[in-house]
Structure formats: structure tokens, C-alpha cells
Design a binder for this molecule. Structure first.
Ligand SMILES: [Zn+2]
Length: 381
């Protein structure tokens, strides 16, 4: 019942009963209990149907959920209401390599400062981490870019610090959930969310649930090998998708273009700032710099190659592309689309939107909050 009120907002008693297929007496008993617990409130009268007056019920206004998104280089925290609508949010730079003690301390402080801007009754918190996570155990497992985090009890530590149930998941999974709850993939049961940031990963939603795999590494497409003789990857292998495309690879290739003089725009940026980022490459490409635009096209083509395989394999209802590098925008999207439509079966792509994330940086915190409500609403305190 709480999940329905979260996803659909205020409903009349009649509509709620129909939606849950509950007999009237049972509905009244359940509602009474949730109202006593302060989780549900009764609002004004709803439009009458068939002459019978019905009252609106909705999640209590003072319910609060914390969503935290830990990226490789930043933390974002948001406080939402029970419907996962963001009431306040804040971000700060933070290197995940500082280790769990320091990063979680800063995440808690950021969350506390954010929560103070929208006070209420905290019912749950969710956190996304940039590496493989055991959802069941609430901890990261052998995350490649997070030294010191392996099997650190993130869920239990946060739960005791915040005094509420906590869920821990991979950052891409929570972004996929965010898009499904509040973004471009609203209410779609089968979708893939491809994050192109510092690294590349994929969140898989099947039948309305995140598919995590046996060890929580499902969707780790950044290390799909494209070429046995390709460039070295941070994971120790060669020719991975991430070694060609993604924030680090774009910055590296942009630097080569600047130094060899093939990109006048990037050479100018390098001279002015002393370094180059993926965003600089995007800006140069958008300004018409030929070499930078070729880099983006080439990366998009390789990403599209991998996404085409996923589409053939999973037959999703939508592909959403998000993460920092997705700011490259339509040039990137065009390449991915053309690779997927060219390589996949027409039956799989005939009705397949490939779109950019609508939520941007909020996808992770909204999805983390949504995941937290899933737990809080199944076993309310
Ligand atoms: Zn790799």
C-alpha cells in the first residue's frame, strides 16, 4: 500500500482498494494501522464516483528519506519526501580513494546538513557506491577503484549512525531505479541504464527489478574487451571499452590531440589551464573542433557496439544514457543510436527509444531514496 501511494500519489480510498484488490474491511484495517503509525494521512474529499463520497489518502507529509550517491570524485546527498521527490540536495568534491571511514564521515555530514533544510521523520536511507556491491550484505565487494572498501560494512555503519534502515547498492543500479521512478523510463519494467562517467557501467532492470547477478557485478560493461591488442585499461587488461571511452580515456586522448597540435582548441585549453578533462573534449567537439568531434564519434561508436549486443541479448524497452560524459549530448547519442540500429535485429529495435537521462545528477540520489523506501515500506519501523 505504501509503495502504491509512493508511486501514484494521493488516491481515494476506493481507487486504492481497487488498485490493491483489497476488500473494504481489510483495506480499512490496514489503513487504520498505517495512519496510527503516522505513515499515511487522510486528506480532503475526492471527486465522488457513483454517488459515493470517498476521501483521499496519501503518504504522511513529514516522511523523509536520504539518498546518497558516492561517485569516484564526488558525493551528492539529497533529502526527499516519502514519494522520493527531492526537497533539498547538495554535492561536494570527494575522492572515493580516501577510504570508507573518511568518505562515509563526509557523506553523513553532507546528509545531515541537507536533511536540516527539510526537517521531518527519517524513515530510511539509501546509498550508491561506484563499484560492485553485495546488496544482501550491504557492502562493496572487491571494488577496483575503491581501495580499503572491500567488504566494509557500509549498511550497518550508516544504519547505526542514522538510526534508520539503510540500503546499499551499486551507483549505476540506483541511477537505473531513479530513471524508472522519476525520469525518462517512468514505469517501464524492462530497461537498461548506461552510465558513461569516469568509468562505464550498466544498470539492468528486468520485470521491474534490478538484476544484479550472483556476485553483484552484472552490467559491468566497462571491461568488455573490444580488441585483444587495444590500449591498456586501469583493470590490468587491454582493449576494454573503458580503455577507449569514458572520462579517463577521453581526457588522455584529448591530451594527445592537444600536444600533437591536431586539435587547436584543446591545445589552447591546455595552455590556459595546464590540464584537460573529458568535459574540455566535449566543449571542443561542440565548438566544431574536428579532432575532438572525431574522438567523441569514435567513442560513441564503440559504446554503441557494446549496447547493440546488450539489446540483442536482453530486448529492453528503453536504453537510457547518463553520467558525466552523457553531457556530450546529441553527438554521442547519434553515434550510439546508429550503431545499435545498424547491428541489432529490427524486431528488437523497432520500438526501442535510446535517450539521454532526464534526471542528470539527481538520478542516483532519487534511485537510492527509492531503494530505501522499498525496504522501509516492506518492514515499517
Ligand atoms: Zn578493463
Amino acid at each position: 500500500m505504501l509503495g502504491v501511494l509512493r508511486d501514484e500519489g494521493a488516491l481515494s480510498r476506493v481507487a486504492l482498494g481497487e488498485r490493491l484488490e483489497l476488500p473494504r474491511a481489510r483495506l480499512a484495517a490496514e489503513l487504520g494501522r498505517l495512519i496510527d503509525d503516522g505513515l499515511v494521512e487522510v486528506g480532503g474529499p475526492a471527486a465522488s464516483r457513483g454517488g459515493r463520497r470517498s476521501t483521499l489518502v496519501h503518504l504522511a507529509d513529514d516522511l523523509r528519506v536520504i539518498g546518497i550517491d558516492v561517485g569516484a570524485t564526488s558525493i551528492t546527498a539529497a533529502v526527499t519526501d516519502g514519494r522520493c521527490e527531492v526537497l533539498a540536495s547538495a554535492s561536494e568534491e570527494c575522492d572515493v580513494r580516501l577510504g570508507p571511514v573518511e568518505v562515509l564521515r563526509r557523506a553523513r555530514e553532507l546528509a545531515a546538513r541537507t536533511a536540516a533544510r527539510a526537517p521531518g521523520r527519517l524513515i530510511g536511507a539509501g546509498i550508491g557506491l561506484p563499484g560492485p556491491v553485495s546488496f544482501r550484505d550491504g557492502m562493496p565487494v572487491a571494488p577496483p577503484i575503491m581501495p580499503g572498501w572491500d567488504r566494509y560494512p557500509v549498511r550497518d555503519e550508516l544504519a547505526s549512525a542514522l538510526g534508520c534502515p539503510v540500503t546499499v547498492d551499486n551507483d549505476v543500479n540506483v541511477m537505473a531505479l531513479g530513471e524508472r521512478h522519476a525520469g525518462v523510463a517512468r514505469s517501464l519494467d524492462d530497461l537498461i541504464f548506461v552510465k558513461v562517467g569516469t568509468g562505464i557501467g550498466c544498470g539492468i532492470v528486468l520485470g521491474g527489478r534490478v538484476y544484479r547477478g550472483v556476485a553483484g557485478t552484472a552490467g559491468d560493461i566497462g571491461h568488455v574487451r573490444l580488441d585483444d591488442f587495444g590500449p591498456p585499461c586501469a583493470c590490468g587488461e587491454v582493449g576494454c571499452l573503458e580503455a577507449y571511452f569514458g572520462g579517463a580515456a577521453l581526457a588522455r586522448d584529448g591530451l594527445t590531440l592537444a600536444r600533437t597540435g591536431r586539435s587547436p582548441v584543446l591545445a589552447e585549453t591546455l595552455a590556459a589551464t595546464g590540464s584537460l578533462t573529458a568535459r574540455d573534449v566535449g566543449t571542443a567537439a561542440a565548438s566544431g573542433d574536428f579532432a575532438a568531434a572525431s574522438l567523441v564519434r569514435e567513442g560513441g561508436r564503440r559504446l554503441g557496439q557494446v549496447v547493440a549486443s546488450l539489446v540483442s541479448f536482453l530486448n529492453p524497452g528503453m536504453v537510457v544514457i547518463g553520467g558525466g560524459v552523457s553531457r556530450l549530448g546529441h553527438a554521442l547519442l547519434a553515434e550510439v543510436r546508429s550503431a545499435v540500429y545498424r547491428r541489432s535485429l529490427p524486431l528488437a529495435t523497432g520500438n526501442l527509444p535510446i535517450v539521454l537521462s532526464e534526471l542528470g545528477d539527481d538520478a542516483g540520489v532519487i534511485g537510492a531514496a527509492w531503494s530505501a523506501t522499498e525496504r522501509a515500506f516492506t518492514s515499517p519501523a
